[in-house]
Design a protein around this ligand. Structure first.
Ligand code: HEC
Ligand code: HEC
Ligand code: HEC
Ligand code: HEC
Ligand code: HEC
Ligand code: HEC
Ligand code: HEC
Ligand code: HEC
Length: 322
């Protein structure tokens, strides 16, 4: 009886104050992440200062000891980093009264580009499982009610951590309206908020017309054919039109490396090639890019020329009138 009681007390204690030690929470050691958004450190009890060493660049001592700081963030430090694409190393030292008391190190991978995946020994960082969320419950609402999940704006329970995701020029309709759980299943387990369906099926629920058009086309571009809308589009927000992950040419070249370094379309007398960027597209008045000639999704002939154009010559005439 007594034994069982102690056990319960110990368990409660562990749940109430997980890990007292210095902990590089995010990005955790051995994981990979797809955003350079935050570095989240739990400093441990009684720590009053930290130094950060990011890729050999060491900070001064960051003071986290003020009463105001402790009241708001306790022993958490959250900063916005600027990761290098690929492998990164962060070293943290914790200080009490000017003395170093502990240190920690994390090595992780920042996947900046879909075409540059991490080596297989890095595991995707996962936030929303019970053993992780317990660290945050004290200050953030980690168990929102269905009514709270419907709130639009800063009061939405996802906003306290994710509001920066939407701070871009072009915000996707449902994300801007904080309908996060329309696409993310609030009840999925063990990892919460898994996308409810595979991309194309999810997108088709609201973009029936366009996904239907893809299905009816003669030729479908590889990544669209396999329903991977998210390799090109951010479902939340981006600085680019149509919420594409990066500028059109960079996006295309991330899979079609070298197209801009070879002769494309024409070989002139001077040995030059057709411009692919940096000039005006006379058919739209915007910047000429890969998608001035190619449709990113589908086509009626090989090479997916825009607007269902079926031949090279008809394509040229789109911009070069006789
Ligand atoms: C001691 C209280 C406390 C704890 C515990 C805590 N946070 Fe926070 N966190 C805050 C406060 C206060 C803010 C600022 C809220 C705001 O701006 O609305 C914040 C903001 C954030 C932000 C947004 C930062 C930004 O500027 O956009 C993220 C991300 C975040 N917390 C993640 C976490 C995670 C993950 C955990 C658990 C591992 C956690 N926090 C635990 C207090 C805490
Ligand atoms: C305590 C802060 C916090 C709150 C509150 C929060 N998240 Fe997160 N979430 C994070 C962090 C940190 C990550 C990892 C970084 C990233 O992927 O952006 C993350 C990752 C995710 C992921 C990627 C998968 C995963 O588990 O890593 C999804 C999806 C997600 N959050 C959805 C939501 C939704 C939906 C809500 C509101 C119901 C929410 N989050 C509330 C901090 C938070
Ligand atoms: C239109 C559907 C949709 C909506 C609405 C949506 N998401 Fe997502 N979200 C996705 C999909 C799909 C993925 C997976 C992307 C991938 O596989 O690369 C994702 C991934 C994420 C991730 C992981 C990081 C990343 O960028 O891949 C986070 C964090 C996240 N969502 C948070 C949110 C939050 C917070 C909201 C509400 C503001 C939200 N999502 C609204 C579809 C959506
Ligand atoms: C819950 C409904 C909903 C879902 C699901 C949804 N969208 Fe949207 N989407 C909208 C709304 C609303 C708009 C804004 C209205 C508009 O501009 O067409 C929009 C706009 C867009 C745009 C910009 C259109 C333009 O003309 O530039 C793109 C691109 C887009 N969505 C892609 C996607 C992708 C990819 C998915 C799947 C990952 C998806 N959407 C899932 C509702 C949705
Ligand atoms: C290979 C990259 C790529 C993939 C994969 C992709 N898109 Fe796009 N998408 C783009 C680009 C680039 C644009 C902008 C086109 C432009 O500016 O002419 C765009 C534009 C859009 C638009 C707005 C313009 C329009 O045509 O109505 C919607 C909606 C859209 N995509 C939905 C989807 C959906 C749904 C999927 C998955 C079935 C998908 N996309 C897959 C690159 C892609
Ligand atoms: C995620 C990787 C990926 C991205 C991003 C991507 N593509 Fe592709 N693309 C492929 C694959 C795989 C194929 C081969 C299957 C096929 O023919 O569709 C392909 C084929 C093509 C072809 C036909 C090649 C041939 O020899 O018939 C063209 C043209 C093309 N892509 C243009 C583009 C353009 C323009 C963009 C940017 C809007 C783009 N791609 C972005 C993966 C990608
Ligand atoms: C001025 C129109 C035009 C522009 C701009 C353009 N293409 Fe093409 N592309 C073509 C034509 C035409 C073909 C068919 C092959 C040929 O006739 O040379 C083609 C063929 C391709 C192919 C298949 C053959 C090959 O070279 O691998 C790919 C992949 C491709 N383009 C990708 C791109 C990418 C990526 C961009 C942007 C960096 C781009 N294209 C910009 C017109 C264009
Ligand atoms: C989307 C519009 C567009 C399409 C389609 C297009 N072009 Fe062009 N082309 C341009 C622009 C813009 C220039 C640059 C004009 C300038 O610098 O004044 C150009 C330049 C050229 C040049 C001169 C290159 C140089 O600098 O020496 C040739 C030759 C040419 N295009 C041939 C073609 C051929 C052949 C096709 C069809 C396979 C084609 N173009 C399709 C827009 C286009």
């Amino acid at each position: 009886m007594i034994k069982r009681l102690t056990l319960i007390i110990v368990l409660t204690f562990i749940l109430a104050s997980p890990a007292v030690a210095l902990n590089i929470f995010y990005p955790a050691d051995g994981t990979y992440v797809v955003h350079s958004d935050f570095l989240i450190i739990k400093a441990g009890d009684g720590v009053d200062g930290l130094t950060l060493d990011i890729g050999g660049d060491k900070s001064d001592l960051l003071d986290i000891s003020s009463a105001e700081y402790k009241a708001a963030f306790a022993d958490f430090l959250i900063v916005q980093p600027n990761w290098d694409a690929g492998k990164n190393t962060v070293k943290v030292e914790a200080y009490k009264g000017g003395k170093k008391t502990s240190e920690a190190q994390a090595e992780f991978f920042f996947q900046d580009n879909i075409a540059d995946p991490p080596p297989s020994d890095y595991k995707r960082f996962i936030m929303h499982k019970p053993e992780q969320e317990v660290f945050c419950t004290g200050c953030h609402n980690m168990n929102p009610t269905p009514v709270q999940l419907e709130t639009v704006g800063a009061e939405n329970p996802c906003a306290s951590c994710h509001k920066r995701m939407l701070e871009h020029k072009n915000v996707h309709g449902p994300a801007g309206a904080w309908q996060c759980v329309y696409c993310h299943d609030a009840k999925s387990s063990p990892v919460r908020y898994a996308p409810r369906k595979k991309d194309a099926k999810l997108c088709a629920e609201c973009h029936e017309d366009i996904v239907g058009r893809f299905g009816a086309a003669k030729r479908v571009h590889g990544p669209v054919e396999v329903g991977m809308c998210s390799v090109c589009h951010d479902s939340h927000a981006s600085d680019n039109l149509s919420q594409i992950l990066r500028k059109a040419n960079e996006l295309c070249l991330s899979c079609h490396e070298g197209v801009d370094k070879t002769i494309h379309v024409i070989s002139g007398f001077s040995g030059g090639t057709h411009p692919l960027d940096g000039v005006e597209d006379p058919s739209t008045g915007g910047n000429l890019t890969c998608v001035s000639c190619h449709d990113p999704h589908v086509g009626e002939a090989r090479y997916y020329f825009r607007d269902g154009i079926t031949s090279r010559m008809l394509l040229c005439q789109r911009c070069h009138k006789k």
